[in-house]
Structure formats: structure tokens, C-alpha cells
Design a binder for this molecule. Structure first.
Ligand code: DX5
Ligand code: ZN
Length: 220
């Protein structure tokens, strides 16, 4: 497993929204991408940034943005986020109407493309899109809120996805409840890209926590 590059993609969901640029500055240098959770209060029972606000964050961030779209109108919005300059755009399989077309559209605007599945959604049916995705995201909590408990029972899905990826250069991300206590479990199952929200931003030293998480995952 050591040949897989470890990526830490901190989520700013748990950061101070009034001063997001300073919050990003705290972790930008030590992060591979900055994970931006977009929620519309329809696909999930919570609302975060709209496209105009996200555009400002994308423009201001010195580190590429990993846009995780938890929205109903995802086929259209995914293209908008790619056009806005997000480094990576993730669509939920449960929300997309035309997954293949949307993944192609994301790539055609220069962003990496990704598919996410909620805890209750099997992943196998989406392996057929392997040639069109740059990352699979296995949710390890029910999407909507930060600070929830890591669902270790999702590790079977992570293992299955790692196996299906084979030699392809597809990243395998986990999101939800990742901390210094759980990151090794997800790494061991085959994840190589880790979202961490509350673990990073509830820490008195967010950048040091990102480094600690990276070390913990790299030690395996
Ligand atoms: C949840 C979001 C996560 C969230 C993770 O719906 O997708 O990215 O920010 O937060 P923690 O790391 O606190 O579980
Ligand atoms: Zn997320």
C-alpha cells in the first residue's frame, strides 16, 4: 500500500464561516486540496455556500478546491463548479440524472471528476464509470453535518472499491468522522485521500493536525 500517495483534504465546514479566507490560510500549505461541502437543504437537511459564495472561495484559495456537491440539481451545478475553477468536483450518485455525461462535462472544463455514495448506497453499480472518474468518495457518515461518528462498517465498501480500482490512478476518498483515531482504519482498508473537518478545525493547531493525520496514514 505504501506506493499510494496519501492526500489530506481538510473540510472547512467546521471552520469559522465569517472569516473563511483566514481559516483556509491556516491549512493551505499543508493540504493537498481544500474540501468544500456544498449543501442545498434538499439533498441533505442543511445549507452551506451557494455558487457565488463558492466562486469567491475558489478564487481566494491558494490551494485547489475539492467541491463535494450534496445538492439535488447536481448535473447542472457540477458543470458550474468545474467552470468556476474547482480542482475537483464530486457528484452524488443518488442525485445525478446522467452520471456519465456529467462526469465528462466536469473533465471537459479542466476539473477532476468524482462520484460519491451515501452509507446506504452500494458502490458496485458505479464501477462501470471507472474510465470517467478521477476519484471515488465513500461516505463514512450520513452526509449533512460535521462532527459525526465514523462508520467503520463502511470499510467493506472501501476494500471493494480499492480492489475494483486495480492499477488505475483513481483516488479513493473517505469523508466523515476521520480523526487521529480512525484514519488508520480507513487507510488499512485502502483509502488514500482523507477528508477531516472537525478533527482539524476543532484542534488548537489545525496545520499541525493535518500533518499528524498525514503521518498516521503514511505509517501503514
Ligand atoms: C458531511 C461532510 C463532511 C464533513 C466532515 O456531510 O461531507 O465533509 O465536513 O466533517 P467531520 O470530519 O467533522 O466528520
Ligand atoms: Zn464532504
Amino acid at each position: 500500500m505504501s506506493d499510494q500517495h496519501i492526500r489530506i483534504t481538510p473540510s472547512i465546514l467546521s471552520a469559522d464561516r465569517e472569516d473563511i479566507v483566514s481559516e483556509i490560510a491556516k491549512i493551505a500549505k499543508v493540504s493537498d486540496l481544500i474540501h468544500l461541502d456544498i449543501m442545498d437543504n434538499r439533498f441533505v437537511p442543511n445549507q452551506t455556500w451557494d455558487l457565488a459564495q463558492a466562486q469567491e472561495i475558489i478564487t481566494a484559495s491558494p490551494t485547489p478546491i475539492d467541491a463535494h456537491l450534496m445538492v439535488e440539481d447536481v448535473d447542472r451545478l457540477a458543470i458550474e463548479y468545474a467552470m468556476a475553477g474547482a480542482g475537483s468536483v464530486t457528484i452524488h450518485a443518488e442525485a445525478a440524472l446522467d452520471i456519465g455525461k456529467t462526469l465528462r462535462g466536469i473533465r471537459s472544463h479542466g476539473a477532476r471528476s468524482a462520484i460519491a455514495v451515501k452509507p446506504g448506497t452500494p458502490i458496485e453499480g458505479y464501477f462501470e464509470f471507472s474510465d470517467l472518474v478521477d476519484m471515488f468518495l465513500i461516505m463514512t457518515v450520513e452526509p449533512g453535518f460535521g462532527g459525526q461518528k465514523f462508520m467503520a462498517e463502511m470499510m467493506e465498501k472501501v476494500r471493494l472499491t480499492r480492489k475494483a480500482i486495480g492499477d488505475r490512478p483513481i483516488w479513493l476518498q473517505v469523508d466523515g468522522g476521520i480523526s487521529i483515531d480512525t484514519i488508520a482504519i480507513a487507510r488499512e482498508a485502502g483509502a488514500d485521500t482523507f477528508v477531516a473537518g472537525s478533527a482539524v478545525f476543532n484542534s488548537p493547531e489545525p496545520a499541525a493536525m493535518v500533518e499528524k493525520l498525514r503521518q498516521r496514514a503514511s505509517a501503514l
